[in-house]
Design a protein around this ligand. Sequence first.
Ligand code: UDP
Length: 319
Amino acid sequence: MRYLITGGAGFIGSHLTEHLLERDHEVVALDNLSTGSLDNLAGVAGHTGFRFVRGSVTDPEAVEACMAGVDAVFHLAAAVGVFTILDKTLESLRTNLHGTEVLLEAALRHDVPILVASTSEIYGKNTANGLTEDSDRIIGSPLKTRWSYAEAKALDETLAHLYAVEHGLRAVIVRPFNTVGPRQTGRYGMVIPRFVTQALAGEPLTVFGDGQQTRCFCHVHDVVPALVRLLSDESAHGKVFNLGSDEQTTISQLAERVIAATGSTSTIAKVPYEEAYGEGYEDMQRRIPDCSRAREQIGFAPVHTLDGIIEAVVADRRR
Ligand code: UDP
């Protein structure tokens, strides 16, 4: 198979690229290198089945140029990370809306299946113990910039759904819950690489808010094979799937575990949300997935524990 991966130089995209090349598929990676990096692709540079194209998903001509001979598309490119969304809100919103529409149009025109990466952020402030794909979205004011990422991704889902229903596009949507692992950078906000980098530098770990908010982190090596299985499974097309782990941690506990895993002398510094993200910021207090649907569809069952994930990120940062 030849796959197009948008966001191929990103954290998840580069792991997916490696996974597919190792299985003798061909990959065209389209990326504008805004948050992605060619360093992420160092391991596949020069591979005969691999081609990198620098360009934006918002440019229909760049996308069209990548589509030749492609059998299926993973659309992962997006403006990501809370810091990115807050710093470049309008640009991020436009990339995340327009880019997806360009990709859906291209997939339809070429009659190829497409996987659209959405996000667990779309559930917003719903703290249900086990969010299912049909759980309600509880979102703050549209003028609170944090939610613009969730709003764009929710509309992307609706677009993909309508292209499927009204035009017969073979589209599958996934909602990853805090995917982490080697190569993820903390520069754009993601908490585990930030804590690990701070701990290794002996700096205080910055816990935002009271630290009682919880998350479930899932290793990228658990997520990537699930993406491939879902896109390859015709009976998954037209559906949406949560992908994540159900091992919950508070952010304060996470900071302690990172300090223990690194043997660091770092302390923990509580930073008010306003200071971290600016006035009017709203966080999610709890976000736990129910992944029964993905388990039934493709046998999705993450094997990496949080301790294993922290260890992998520490080893990566040390390297
Ligand atoms: N967070 C934190 N310190 C940091 C970065 C993030 O306490 O240096 C918190 C953040 O406020 C949130 C959680 O960690 O409650 C997860 O943040 P991340 O940006 O990784 O993911 P998301 O908020 O999208 O779940």
